[in-house]
Design a binder for this molecule. Structure first.
Ligand code: ATP
Ligand code: MG
Length: 142
């Protein structure tokens, strides 16, 4: 059976560190089974983050996600539990609380604004499936 997959996004505030995220994912054993650069409109971002529609930060988050290029990657880990493994790599939502060595610490540490937290990881299998289908066609995935 195919391993679980997750969607990773390098957010616009970390575009200059894209290579660092890719190298780190590979270093920790993730296979990149799909990768492309996308540029969200605020409305695309709104669909992507629909679960947060009622939150006070929704508009700020959507405008931020549309403020620059985003590198989207579909990741798979040969040892399984890809979603949990990637969430552990990226760490706490607030980069100011992210543990040493995690991606939100390395590339987002010291940020004051919570929406500028450099990277996304799907939260669960249902979300991963929805997010991957939103951004990739079957032909774009290994
Ligand atoms: P992501 O879904 O991007 O991987 P997450 O799952 O860690 O992040 P969520 O609760 O899903 O966190 O929030 C989605 C995004 O909304 C966060 O990554 C962050 O950019 C932004 N966000 C969350 N909480 C706040 C907040 N209180 N103020 C501003 N922005 C926030
Ligand atoms: Mg989330």
């Amino acid at each position: 059976m195919a391993e679980e997959r997750t969607l990773a996004l390098v957010k616009p505030d970390a575009a200059e560190h894209t290579r660092g995220f890719i190298e780190n994912a590979k270093e920790y054993g993730f296979y990149i089974v799909g990768q492309k650069v996308v540029w969200f409109t605020p409305s695309d971002a709104g669909i992507f983050y629909l679960e947060h529609k009622t939150k006070s930060f929704y508009t700020t988050l959507c405008l931020h996600m549309a403020s620059g290029p985003v590198t989207a990657m579909v990741l798979e880990h040969p040892l399984g539990e890809t979603i949990k493994r990637w969430r552990m790599r990226i760490a706490d939502t607030d980069p100011n609380n992210a543990a040493d060595g995690t991606l939100r610490h390395r590339f987002g540490g010291g940020r004051k604004e919570l929406h500028r937290n450099v990277v996304h990881g799907s939260a669960n299998p249902k979300d991963a499936e929805r997010e991957i289908a939103l951004l990739f066609t079957g032909l774009e995935l290994a």
